[in-house]
Design a protein around this ligand. Structure first.
Ligand SMILES: [Zn+2]
Length: 205
């Protein structure tokens, strides 16, 4: 089985998208036009092929025995892209209430807790909260996605994020609009830097 890992060089220095033929600091066109609110994002592998099947099995069918391998890959990604000792707090992206009831567990919270333990940082799942449910993002352009997710995430207990470097954890990043919205409200609440690590990166055609 081949996992399509994303090498930690040659990526957009803001959103983490792999860009052929580039090394060092580089901003992709999307980020140049419309900077996300997070400071940096990185993903372990591309959301395709066997890696996609694994992740969907973990996410929707509770294939929890995959947790160790997925945590290995996420940990390696975090260590390659971020100064792990500078992270003050790790936050999993929250599920909507609907998804929590439907699925019974938050797969990002599982992963966030595991990598937090491994790199020796604190993790809290009671800071970010979904306050609404956006419409489906598919078919929307960048600006419509931003508007669609605006106001759907809130920060509880801002005293824990003020002045902090926060690492957000999620399973798949598509355009990053939801992570950007979380970063926006965290910065409004006084957070200093927002980094995002996701297992997979969905590449738009
Ligand atoms: Zn970018």
């Amino acid at each position: 089985m081949r996992i399509p890992f994303i090498p930690p060089i040659g990526c957009c220095s803001r959103c983490g998208r792999a860009i052929e033929g580039h090394e060092g600091e580089y901003l992709c066109l999307d980020c140049e036009r419309n900077k996300p609110f997070f400071d940096r994002a990185a993903s372990a592998f591309r959301f395709e092929g066997a890696a996609r099947e694994l992740l969907l099995g973990y996410k929707f069918n509770a294939h929890l025995w995959l947790k160790d391998d997925l945590s290995d890959w996420l940990e390696a990604c975090i260590r390659a892209h971020f100064a792990a000792p500078s992270v003050d707090l790790i936050l999993p992206m929250p599920l909507t209430l609907f998804h929590r009831i439907d699925r019974g567990y938050n797969q990002s919270a599982y992963l966030a807790e595991e990598v937090a333990r491994r790199i020796g940082r604190k993790c809290r799942d009671d800071i970010l909260k979904r306050t609404g449910r956006p419409k489906r993002q598919a078919g929307l352009d960048e600006e419509e996605r931003r508007q669609n997710v605006k106001g759907t995430i809130a920060v509880r207990r801002p005293e824990f994020v003020r002045g902090r470097t926060i690492l957000l954890i999620d399973d798949v990043m598509t355009t990053g609009s939801t992570l950007s919205e979380a970063a926006r409200v965290l910065k409004l609440a006084g957070a200093w830097r927002i980094w995002c690590a996701t297992l997979a990166r969905s590449i738009r055609s």
